[in-house]
Design a protein around this ligand. Structure first.
Ligand SMILES: [Zn+2]
Ligand SMILES: [Zn+2]
Length: 163
């Protein structure tokens, strides 16, 4: 399974760190990260509508590929307010605004978990829902046993299909 990573022009260090974090966490389940480079953000403003970004990404990219797009700007979701990141289907978007690298990498692992089919989880797990920066800082960067099992089942099914 290939995850396409897209980003802005200024975040090469963060991108390297996110790529490493995702491959460390999900390599076991057959995930490889491809750096697809810069994707122009067609919306303006200090806070961007994540639902528009997700729609744009789905249209701008070829086919139903798994993607994570890291943007400079803060994000909001209509009806929900400020968010760190969000996903829809196989696409996810993540804001690097004001995030240190370790926290950004953790949130990237969370969003990629959604892209791989995981839901929010109540265990001590990277799939906990984080509303505040405090919650995000405190939560685990690992998967709990039940989320891990779910991904192993999915990875096994994927390799059946590709045989
Ligand atoms: Zn989430
Ligand atoms: Zn979990």
């Amino acid at each position: 399974m290939i995850l396409n990573l897209l980003h802005d022009r200024h975040s090469l260090t963060e991108v390297a760190c996110i790529k490493r974090a995702i491959e460390d966490r999900y390599g076991l389940y057959g995930v490889q990260v491809h750096d697809r480079g810069y994707l122009y953000v067609p919306f303006k403003g200090p806070r961007l509508d994540a639902s528009e970004l997700l729609r744009y990404m789905a249209g701008a990219l070829l086919g139903p590929k798994m993607c994570l797009w890291v943007v400079d700007e803060e994000l909001f979701y209509p009806g929900k307010g400020a968010i760190f990141g969000c996903s829809a289907g196989k696409s996810a978007v993540l804001s690097r605004s004001g995030m240190d690298q370790a926290v950004l990498a953790k949130e990237a692992i969370h969003e990629v978990g959604h892209v791989l089919g995981l839901n929010h989880c109540q265990e001590n797990c990277v799939m906990n829902l984080s509303i505040s920066r405090d919650e995000l800082g405190k939560k685990s960067s690992s998967l709990c046993p039940s989320c891990s099992t779910r991904l192993l089942i999915r990875a096994a099914a994927d390799s059946e299909f590709s045989r």
